[in-house]
Design a protein around this ligand. Structure first.
Ligand code: FAD
Length: 317
């Protein structure tokens, strides 16, 4: 079922999760372990992240370093198919611009359509690590809005080759990312909101937000979106703090702020277990308030660790 149908049919706030493919060479059992823990909360859908290639440097043996391209977490589409098949739950592959030409994207969407996937989360993707600014592929997309347009074209039965006749229309429900604390490259919030609106105007039907730890940030973002004419569901993304070093890793990696009350609680914690419990309690509080505030779905970034999400879901759903 499409995410928009799940939301339309829901009588209360829905539960959903994001999982990431295991490192290359690892077994899919870690994904099934996560799913086994969380299926009792009936996730409406399960997002599966996509990870583009990275550069690594290896010793060439002559005192020099050699640059290699590796993909550390392949398998997004296979995991979607395996999880849907095993658990009868809707899965949502993340599709990115980075590393894909328009032709690659078209072929990937054809695969997804054949596998029976009905939803996609469309993203630009980050620059390759150590590469500075994002670079689109030759004949690829520079922004997520252009990739949304390509999916919509296929939904309307228009593939890249204009001579192709009698092609099947796809029917993907399209989600996109939103940043309550602004995307790190955007010069200001208004400009970022205008670009978000461009994704919706191109045909995206819902938004999933970057994680945040102060609900005011989300509620203000929803108001700002409504004010500029974005009227689709806005799904909050949540990730419980689990370790002390996340106080610097999360702001560094995701370009968001952590509320001082939370920072002080974690700083004063006497053990790793206490930090984890603080993260869980904080996330439960956030979740309950978001439900009261009318959030359509609560989307949890599990990062391959189901335990905290399970404790939160037990207290909230
Ligand atoms: P866009 O919407 O294209 O925006 C990127 C930047 O460009 C923004 O600053 C925007 O304001 C600006 N912009 C947009 N259009 C224009 C324009 N026409 N002219 C000028 N500026 C413009 N990354 C992955 O690699 N894999 C994943 O699986 C993944 N999953 C994610 C899931 C969620 C819910 C979120 C929030 C992020 C995820 N990301 C993932 C990270 C995401 O790819 C990065 O944040 C990326 O830097 C931006 O992607 P976007 O789709 O928001 O980009």
């Amino acid at each position: 079922m499409k995410v928009t149908e799940h939301i339309r049919n829901a009588k209360s706030t829905l539960f959903s999760i994001e999982i990431l493919p295991p490192l290359k060479g690892q077994n899919i059992s870690s994904i099934f372990d996560t799913m086994d823990e969380l299926m009792e909360f009936s996730p409406a859908f399960v997002d599966v992240t996509y990870h583009r290639e990275e550069f690594v440097f290896r010793n060439a043996g002559n005192g020099l370093l050699e640059k290699h391209i590796v993909r550390k977490r392949p398998g997004t589409v296979g995991i979607c198919a395996a999880v849907t098949n095993r658990y009868r739950v809707d899965t949502i592959p993340h599709i990115i611009c980075g590393g894909f030409s328009r032709q690659d994207t078209e072929d990937a969407l054809i695969d997804l359509n054949f596998v029976g996937i009905e939803n996609v989360l469309i993203l630009r993707g980050d620059p390759i690590r150590n590469e500075g600014l994002f670079k689109a592929e030759e004949d690829g997309h520079a922004y997520a809005s252009a990739l949304v347009e390509q999916v919509v074209e296929m939904n309307n039965g228009r593939y890249l080759d204009p001579d192709q006749k009698n092609v099947e229309k796809t029917d993907f429900c399209i989600g996109v990312a939103g940043y309550p604390e602004k995307h790190f490259e955007a010069p200001n919030m208004m400009s970022d909101l205008r670009h978000l609106k461009a994704k919706i105007d191109a045909g995206a039907e819902y938004i999933v937000t970057q994680m945040f730890y102060d609900n005011k940030v989300y509620f203000d973002f929803v108001i700002q979106c409504r004010e500029i004419g974005i009227n689709v569901p806005i799904i909050p993304g949540l990730k419980p703090i689990a370790t002390r070093n996340q106080l610097s890793v999360i702001p560094h990696h995701f370009h968001i702020n952590l509320p001082d009350e939370l920072v002080q609680l974690v700083e004063k914690a006497k053990s790793d277990a206490e930090v984890r419990q603080i993260g869980i309690d904080w996330c439960i509080r956030q979740s309950k308030e978001l439900i009261k505030g009318g959030a359509p779905v609560l989307h949890y970034y599990t990062m391959g660790k189901a335990k905290s999400t399970k404790e939160i879901a037990s207290a909230v759903f």
